[in-house]
Design a protein around this ligand. Structure first.
Ligand SMILES: Cc1cc2nc3c(=O)[nH]c(=O)nc-3n(C[C@H](O)[C@H](O)[C@H](O)COP(=O)(O)OP(=O)(O)OC[C@H]3O[C@@H](n4cnc5c(N)ncnc54)[C@H](O)[C@@H]3O)c2cc1C
Length: 269
């Protein structure tokens, strides 16, 4: 049996130094940073030929490299053919994972959407970043297709999963059906998501509770109407909500492992 109904592929790791073209608040809780630069195209890094940036899968992620406090630049890994040497400067660069929300190869623009939250290197960086500032990314280094051979999708996530969910809905065709649950702080954090698919989208509001502290997503998944046929479940967000959802899908609906894709995107500490 295949390990997943999603076909995955690896992409050689490339470090790219880019420039912030625009910064725009999509909602009160989400800041979009548009990156641009020659390094998104094919070229040479550290004397090594590298391919153009690509992001074939809706939930691909890049590593955003961040300067240490008091520094202007992160310690960059050294580019080698198809891989990076992260230990070159003696210190591994600080990095955090973000989903390419939009990639326009004609305009040469890449959008990353950052959730506002207190604390954290990435949150501080995005709070201060301005057009013209440098930015550094690595990846994506792995990508996966849409699931095949299933009748519908069950999708759930908090706002960190919203860039991937937004892309997924845009990439689904009219032949797809999906039930989608997204947890956000309140109605001001909802986004206008476009799709051609047959989608039931439900926004769940924390209404004052801290991110990562509620059981809104597990409860919503457990109360979801169970459609007929084979389901593929994609769930991402704060790690602690994954276990009850996985348990429920396996025990109550016998969803096989190759139809489950549950990923912790951050941990409430
Ligand atoms: C594959 C993948 C894709 C991801 N895509 C995105 C994306 O597109 N957009 C996005 O915003 N995030 C995304 N994330 C999540 C993001 O990488 C984490 O939230 C990351 O920890 C933020 O780094 P930081 O330096 O700001 O905070 P950290 O240094 O990691 O943590 C500092 C403090 O902030 C808390 N914290 C971290 N993240 C959050 C949060 N979202 N809300 C509230 N508190 C938080 C931690 O619990 C900790 O107390 C993705 C993660 C993965 C694994």
């Amino acid at each position: 049996m295949a390990r997943s109904r999603r076909e995955s592929a690896t992409i050689g790791a490339v470090v790219r130094e880019l420039e912030v073209a625009r910064v725009h608040d999509v909602t009160v809780g989400m800041r979009r940073v548009t990156l641009t630069g020659e390094r998104l195209g094919a070229g040479e890094v550290d004397g090594v030929a590298v391919p153009a940036f690509s992001t074939p899968g809706f939930d691909d992620h890049v590593k955003v490299l961040l300067p240490s406090p008091g520094h202007d630049r992160p310690v960059l890994p050294v580019q080698e053919p198809d891989r990076l040497d992260w230990t070159a400067g003696g210190v591994r660069a600080i990095h955090r994972d973000y989903t390419p929300r939009r990639w326009d190869p004609i305009a040469g623009e890449l959008d990353l959407d950052f959730v506002h939250h207190p604390g954290g290197h990435a949150a501080s960086w995005v709070g201060a970043v301005r057009p013209g500032d440098p930015a550094w990314i690595v990846g994506p280094t792995i990508t996966a297709s849409l699931p095949h051979g299933v009748d519908w999708l069950l999708v759930a996530g908090d706002e960190t999963a919203l860039p991937a969910i937004g892309r997924l809905l845009e990439e689904l065709g009219p032949e797809h059906r999906a039930q989608v649950f997204v947890e956000v702080a309140d109605a001001d954090h909802e986004q206008d998501l476009q799709t051609r698919a047959d989608v039931d989208l439900t926004w769940l509001h924390r209404d004052g509770a801290a991110p990562g502290s509620t059981d809104l997503l597990p409860r919503a998944v457990m109360a979801a109407e169970w459609w007929g046929g084979e389901v593929f479940a994609w769930v991402s967000g704060e790690s602690s909500m994954l276990r009850p959802i996985r348990q429920y899908l396996k025990t109550e609906h016998a969803v096989p492992r190759d139809c489950l894709d549950l990923t912790g995107y951050w941990r409430h500490r």
